[in-house]
Design a protein around this ligand. Structure first.
Ligand SMILES: NC(=O)c1ccc[n+]([C@@H]2O[C@H](COP(=O)([O-])OP(=O)(O)OC[C@H]3O[C@@H](n4cnc5c(N)ncnc54)[C@H](OP(=O)(O)O)[C@@H]3O)[C@@H](O)[C@H]2O)c1
Length: 338
């Protein structure tokens, strides 16, 4: 192959808020695939706040992105060369392709295998619903949150990729679902489009009091994507025997370890008493097919909706990541690069 592969490389490790200057453009040849590999022409790059963690310099954490190498990311694209029996040129696929125009990947993948998109499933749907965030919402809510009919379920980061799907899953399970999100536009989308029972704008202040008004008997399941003061407001209002799901803590990702403060009211977990559980999507790798099948059925039946925030252009890839940390995305953050 003779194409030039444009890439975005990690140039420096951010201190505090991540910036476009932490990345630099690069080029490479497009190599031939080895046995078990495919070459993918990347069309969409997907973004998650966890990418801020992937560029940290954590001693012993070899899985983090190394300086001078291609930034890691999930994406979608088209197979252009294959040395795997299950894939052929022209197949539309998702996988961990990184910030580059051509990716050479092992089909098995470290976290996510390369998956072929079924007919009728767009790249946007595949990344928004069946990608990292949709799968995370499924396992975090079904397995960790375990909402029961009649439960009051509160989701933070609710208008984001994970939160929006997690909340709708809780509603399908019979929960009364309240979303917490930044700004009126997002709150209106939650109640008018995504079917949440209520939504609270945490930027409007008095979150703890407003949660109390909406949840007089307490919160049975709190699905947390953001941490910080939003988590504290939820802890103020947890019911006896509640389940607190720590899916993520986006508010802390650009804050130095020294400046981080834990929830001041964590003794509420003891006094309720409640359980607080973290989880990692990778724990559920053997059940991804189950999640994709169930999410697909709910989407076909109109029970789950997803939103996509689509940016355009390879040159805009680093800037698109920053949108997550400034709350600019509604739904799944994507950038189309081809
Ligand atoms: N456990 C796992 O295995 C796993 C896997 C995937 C993702 N996650 C986690 O799931 C969470 C959601 O990821 P996502 O991809 O769906 O992102 P997302 O929610 O689509 O986007 C991030 C959102 O976070 C909110 N935010 C940003 N800065 C904030 C701050 N300082 N305080 C409060 N909210 C803030 C913004 O929404 P507002 O406008 O509403 O503030 C922003 O839109 C992340 O924490 C991610 O790390 C966990």
């Amino acid at each position: 192959m003779t194409q030039v592969n444009r890439q975005w490389l990690l140039a420096s490790r951010p201190l505090g808020m991540i910036s476009v200057d932490n990345f630099q453009p690069g080029t490479a040849d497009v190599p031939e695939p080895k046995d078990g590999q495919v070459v993918v022409k990347v069309t969409y790059v997907a973004f998650e706040p966890a990418m801020r963690g992937w560029v940290r310099d954590v001693p012993g954490q070899g899985s983090n992105v190394q300086l001078g190498t291609v930034m890691r990311a999930q994406g979608a694209g088209e197979v252009v060369a294959s040395r795997h029996i299950n894939f052929k040129p022209g197949d539309r696929v998702t996988g961990m392709f990184g910030w580059q125009e051509y990716a050479v990947v092992d089909v098995q993948g470290e976290l996510l295998p390369v998956r072929r998109l079924p007919d009728g499933v767009t790249e946007e749907m595949a990344l928004a619903l069946f990608g990292i965030t949709g799968l995370t919402a499924y396992f975090g809510m079904i397995d960790v949150g375990r909402p029961q009919p009649g439960d009051t379920v509160v989701v933070s980061g609710a208008a984001g990729a994970t939160g929006s799907i997690a909340g709708q899953i809780a509603r399908i399970q019979g929960g009364r679902v309240i979303g917490i999100a930044g700004g009126e536009r997002k709150c209106a989308w939650l109640t008018q489009t995504a079917g949440f029972d209520a939504a609270l704008d945490y930027k409007a202040g008095n979150l703890s009091e407003r949660l109390k008004d909406l949840c007089p008997d307490g919160i049975d399941v709190f699905y947390d994507n953001v941490g910080g003061s939003v988590l504290e407001a939820a802890l103020d209002n947890i019911a006896t025997g509640s389940r607190i799901v720590i899916c993520g803590g986006t508010s802390s990702y650009n804050v130095s370890d020294e400046a981080l403060v834990g929830p001041r009211n964590y003794m509420r977990i003891l006094n309720s008493p409640s359980t607080m559980s973290g989880f990692l999507l990778g724990q559920y790798k053997s059940r991804f097919d189950e999640a994709v099948a169930q999410l697909g059925e709910w989407a076909r039946n109109g029970k789950i909706r997803y939103a996509v925030d689509l940016q355009e252009g390879f040159e805009n890839v680093p800037a698109t990541l920053l949108r997550l940390f400034h709350g600019q995305n509604l739904g799944k953050q994507l950038c189309r690069i081809a």
